[in-house]
Design a binder for this molecule. Sequence first.
Ligand code: DOR
Ligand code: ZN
Length: 348
Amino acid sequence: MDALTLRRPDDWHLHLRDGAMLAAVLPATAAVMGRAIVMPNLVPPVVTTSQAAAYRARILALLPPGSRFQPLMTAYLTEDSDPDDLAAGHRDGVLTAVKLYPAGATTNSHAGVRDLSRVRRVLERLEALGMPLLVHGEVTTPEVDIFDREAVFLDTVLSPLLAEHTALRVVFEHATTAEAVAFVRAHRDRVGCTVTPQHLLANRNDMLVGGVRPHFYCLPVLKRARHQQALVQAVTSGEPSFFLGTDSAPHPVSAKESACGCAGCYTAPVALQLYAEVFDAHGALEKLEGFASLHGPAFYGLPVNPDRIRLVRGQDVVPSAVAVEGPAAELRPFLAGRALAWRVQAEG
Ligand code: DOR
Ligand code: ZN
C-alpha cells in the first residue's frame, strides 16, 4: 500500500502551552488533526470553567485563517475543584473532560491531587454526567521505582477508584506497560486508553544505550522492549479501547538538553507519520484509521470528522528545529533530522 486515505484524525492528548509557545506549536496540530483534547497543566493550571473558556479563546485566536480545528478543553482537578463549576462547564460545552494529575507526577503537577477521598464529590458528579476522567496513571511515592510507577498505580489507585465509582468513565492516558494494556482490556466497558508515538517506536534502550538522549525522556518514562511490544500489539489489534493521543509536550531545547532535562517529547509535527510507520511495520495499516480517527470519537460520544486526509509513502525528514518567538528560542522535535517514510497530504 503506497497511499492511505483516512477520516481526519484527532489527538486525544495534547499539550499546547500558552503565549509564544502556543503560537509556535498550534499550526502543526491544526494542519492534521480535527480536534484535540488540550491538557490543562499551564502555570497556573486551568482549573475552572472560566479559565478553560479563556484558554480556549487564546487558542482559537491563534489558529491559521480558515482552520476548522477544535480544541476540546479539560479542567485540572485539584482538591478544591468545585463540582458545580465543572458540571456547568460540561453542560455549556466548554469542558470535555477533567484531568487527574497525582501531585508531583509530572510537569506542573504540584497542584494535583494528594488524597483522592478529597475529590469524591467531583468524581460522583462526573459519574452522573458521564464526563470522562483523564488519568495520569503513576504513583508518586518516592519508594516506588520510576519504572514501576504505572503498574503500582493500577493496583493501588485505579482499581479501587473504579470499584468505588462504578459508573466513572476513565481514559488511561499515555499507557506505557503491558499491565496497563491488560487493565484497559479488563475494563473495556468504561476505560479507554491513549498511546503515544514514542512509546510505540522506542523503549528505554533507545533512551539510554550509548548515551542519554534527552529528547526520548518523557513521563511516564519509556519502559522495556516487552512493554513496547504489548503496546504495539494493542493498537494494531483494532480494539476500540485504544486511540491516538500524542502527548506532544514541547519544552525549549535549553530545558531539554540540560543537566536536569524536562520530561516531554515534541511530536506534533510528525506524529501521524510516526504512527503510520508503526502500523506499516506490523502489517496493520488497515487498522490505523480506527486508532487515529474512529475509536476516540466513539469513546467520547462525538461524531467522526467529516473530511479526510491522505498519507502517501515517500521520503521526508523530521524538521531539525521549530522556532519560538522570544526567550524559548527553539524546539527540537522528537527524532529531529531522521528520515520519515510517510507524508501527510491535504485531501482536496
Ligand atoms: O513527559 C511529559 N510531559 N509527561 C507529562 O505527563 C507532562 C508533559 C509536559 O507537560 O511536559
Ligand atoms: Zn501529557
